[in-house]
Design a protein around this ligand. Structure first.
Ligand SMILES: CCCCCCCCCCCCCCCC(=O)SCCNC(=O)CCNC(=O)[C@H](O)C(C)(C)COP(=O)(O)OP(=O)(O)OC[C@H]1O[C@@H](n2cnc3c(N)ncnc32)[C@H](O)[C@@H]1OP(=O)(O)O
Length: 172
């Protein structure tokens, strides 16, 4: 059993500048480019926690509510919220900053699931996560519900076995 690790040990901050090659014809950041950066930032966080090769198993809903403009600075912050057997949930937040205007806007948030694998691509055990702050504790507790929801949606869990979800909706 790997030694448990604290939540802050998995923290990653990644910064990018939106250049012309990253934009669409409206001079806004392409969604696919942002998802690529987000995947890398979240994967590094999962690697920091597990000290293993990791693969992306799933990404929960990502909305693009605010366009990110050419020349903006994009900052992404990721950290592991909870680990299970071989999988880890990573919470990632994105901000866009217009430095000359002195404006900073929260633009996206997402929960990723990474699985640690061995050299043959087989899932391998990861360390337990120790939450530290109040926010860590909230994310840790709610991670179980999110895990059950995504496994039900992926057809990997029988809805009848999703006890945390059933409790949320007060179902028998
Ligand atoms: C070789 C050289 C390397 C170099 C190294 C350096 C790299 C440094 C840079 C890294 C930065 C870039 C990193 C990008 C990372 C990618 O982009 S990876 C490419 C995209 N992803 C993939 O190709 C993954 C393809 N899928 C798979 O390989 C397999 O489905 C998986 C994910 C390993 C699962 O395998 P499986 O046989 O289904 O295993 P199973 O035992 O049933 O489940 C294992 C765990 O996966 C979870 N799981 C399975 N499916 C799901 C799902 N849909 N949702 C949530 N959880 C799931 C299960 O719940 C289970 O969790 P635990 O209970 O163990 O905690």
């Amino acid at each position: 059993m790997p030694k448990p690790k604290k939540a802050h040990e998995s923290e990653v901050t990644m910064t990018e500048m939106v250049l012309p090659n990253d934009t669409n014809t409206l001079n806004n950041l392409m969604g696919g480019r942002l998802l690529h950066w987000m995947d890398i930032c979240a994967a590094i966080s999962a690697q920091r926690h597990s000290n293993r090769i990791v693969v992306t198993a799933s990404v929960d809903n990502v909305s693009f509510s605010e366009p990110i403009r050419l020349g903006n600075i994009v900052t992404m912050k990721a950290r592991v919220t909870r680990s299970f057997n071989s999988s880890m949930e990573v919470f990632l937040e994105v901000w866009a900053e217009d430095i000359p205007a002195g404006e900073r806007l929260s633009t996206n948030r997402a929960f990723y699931t990474f699985v640690a694998v061995d050299q043959n691509g087989r899932p391998i055990e990861v360390p337990e996560l120790i939450p530290e702050t109040d926010e860590d504790n909230e994310l840790f507790a709610s991670a179980l519900r999110r895990r059950q929801l995504r496994l039900v949606l992926a057809g990997r869990m029988n809805p009848g076995d999703a006890t945390e979800l059933k409790a949320l909706f007060d179902l028998p």
